[in-house]
Design a protein around this ligand. Structure first.
Ligand SMILES: [Zn+2]
Length: 398
């Protein structure tokens, strides 16, 4: 909470008349803005009201983002959804040109500009044969096998931590999982979500970060085993300053864009109750929850001051993925959190994938509008407000 960590959020009266710059273009990787001069606003639901009683609506988007004070332990954390840089299985014709080196080039500057950058690797990084997963229905048989040296593109684009808890991490058996872990770890990218590596602890900006990843699939850390999830998160919470949790769950496709708050099933599988799970891990000590799995985006929400993105969609894939309509748009979610992991503010950068794939900045901001719409529908009482330029802030309390 803001109070517990000694913070107050203030709004700068002086800046109302200033030409206000957007957070994204002014802040870079600096700590979250804390403006001076006026009303003290306290968590858990800070209210942007000036001493004159003006609300955010009245002053529009002219929040005082220009007047900053440094908050030393503010961290910036970026989350994106599914990543699969191309597959050599069933054939090398599914690999991208130039070894995939251009796939992340349009968004790398955004991804690099954070203390921690997270993604979900929806495939296996292995050069050896491995043990391809058996497929009963060849039509639905998609196995993703990425050459090991492609992983360097993740590192170069700024990724620090990846989830290996998803339905493709086991496509090439235990050898595949082992290889993915080794390849990423060697590059200095932290991984978690497998039976051998349920969670990981790493450091960013001199802060100890705990990360755990969950999914409903065999070989991952089960999203259904609440007792184990609670135990892992409580352990991380007791040893780390910030705990990030990722899950790969929920039904897939345009029919599954809503957070139903119920258990979801898809192709006969129990894909978990993501609403319940997100709250459970936050109650156990998680600070940020990054969801993915539905291949489309879902709403965002705040619970106990902690940020939840329910699904971040197909972020960077190459062929083999349906990228039509809602499947082809995805956010880069950037968060500013305090030393206790409480949400300060965020920014949604819109991307889309065209043709064979690879994220491009989307000037039309389709995914931003989609997330806003879904959040209004699924969480009308959320404490979050999503502005038209992608800034995520606290809703005004009228
Ligand atoms: Zn998946």
């Amino acid at each position: 909470m803001f109070k517990q960590s000694g913070y107050v959020i203030l709004l700068a009266l002086a800046a109302f008349s200033c030409k206000t710059s957007r957070l994204a273009s002014t802040v870079d990787n600096t700590p979250a803005p804390v403006a001076k001069d006026t009303v003290v606003v306290s968590a858990p639901a800070p209210v942007y009201v000036t001493s004159k009683g003006d609300t955010l609506e009245k002053i529009g988007e002219e929040i005082a983002l220009e007047v900053f004070e440094v908050v030393p332990d503010t961290l910036t954390v970026i989350g994106v959804g599914d990543i699969m840089l191309g597959t050599a299985y069933p054939s090398e014709e599914y690999l991208p040109p130039a070894n995939g080196s251009m796939l992340l080039s349009d968004v790398a500057d955004i991804l690099k500009n954070a203390d921690i950058t997270f993604g979900n690797y929806e495939g296996v990084l292995i050069d050896e044969e491995g043990t391809p997963k058996e497929c009963n229905n060849p039509k639905l048989c998609y196995l993703f096998k990425t050459p090991e040296h492609y992983a360097v593109h993740l590192k170069e684009a700024g990724f620090d931590v990846m989830s290996l808890a998803n339905n493709h991490a086991g496509d090439f058996g235990p050898e595949g999982r082992k290889s993915s872990i080794e390849v990423l770890t060697k590059l200095g990218i932290a991984v978690a979500g497998t039976q051998s590596t349920p969670y990981t602890i790493f450091e960013a900006k001199k802060t100890k970060i705990g990360f755990a990843a969950f999914a409903p699939n065999t070989g991952t850390i089960s999203i259904h085993d609440y007792a184990r999830a609670r135990k892992i998160i409580q352990h991380l919470d007791s040893t780390c300053q910030i705990v990030i949790v990722s899950f790969h769950a929920g039904g897939e496709g345009p029919e599954f864009q809503h957070v139903t708050r119920k258990r979801e099933s898809f192709v006969g599988e129990d894909r978990g109750n993501v609403y319940e799970f997100a709250r459970l891990v936050i109650d156990a000590g998680a600070d940020i929850v990054f969801g993915h799995g539905p291949h489309v985006t879902r709403a965002i929400d705040l619970y106990e001051g902690k940020f939840i993105a329910y699904s971040m969609g197909n972020f960077c894939t190459y062929r083999r993925f349906n990228l039509k309509g809602p499947n082809g748009i995805a956010p880069i979610v950037k968060l500013w959190v305090n030393g206790e992991g409480d949400f300060l503010q965020g920014q949604i950068f819109s991307t889309h994938q065209l043709g064979s794939g690879g994220p491009l900045v989307d000037e039309n901001q389709k995914v931003l509008r989609k997330i806003k719409e879904l959040t209004l529908q699924d969480f009308p009482d959320t404490a979050l407000e999503i502005l038209d330029d992608g800034l995520i802030t606290f809703k005004i309390n009228n």
